[in-house]
Design a protein around this ligand. Structure first.
Ligand code: TYC
Length: 102
């Protein structure tokens, strides 16, 4: 609370309205064409996972159709989706990456 000298209400109300940022999952979707090795490298490079964790996520997506790679604030999640999709298209793969509110 940062009370004003005469009346603390304005700044106090402002602080009461602050909410934590909404968090968003970044999800990879399965397809029949993107090579497993490419997906593992994407998860390592863009989501900071080691090879073992990345392989587990890739296999989950392959078997179950989708898998969460990480949870981020809205802007960070949107940027990751854009970078992953751009990288996949440049490599000629149909890999899909989407975000959803956590
Ligand atoms: N199903 C792909 C294959 O058999 C592998 C794959 C895994 C593709 C995860 C996309 O998000 C994905 N080559």
């Amino acid at each position: 609370i940062f009370p004003d000298k005469q009346d603390g209400t304005v700044l106090e109300r402002q602080e009461e309205k602050l909410k934590p940022p909404s968090m968003h999952k970044v999800v990879l979707l399965n397809d029949d064409f993107t090579p497993m090795e490419f997906v593992v490298m994407v998860i390592e490079e863009y989501f900071g996972k080691d090879r073992e964790a990345a392989t587990q996520i890739m296999l989950k997506v392959h078997r179950e159709g989708r898998g969460v790679c990480g949870v981020y604030t809205r802007d960070v999640a949107a940027t990751k989706v854009e970078l992953v999709v751009t990288h996949a298209r440049q490599a000629g793969h149909p890999l899909q990456c989407v975000m959803e509110e956590a």
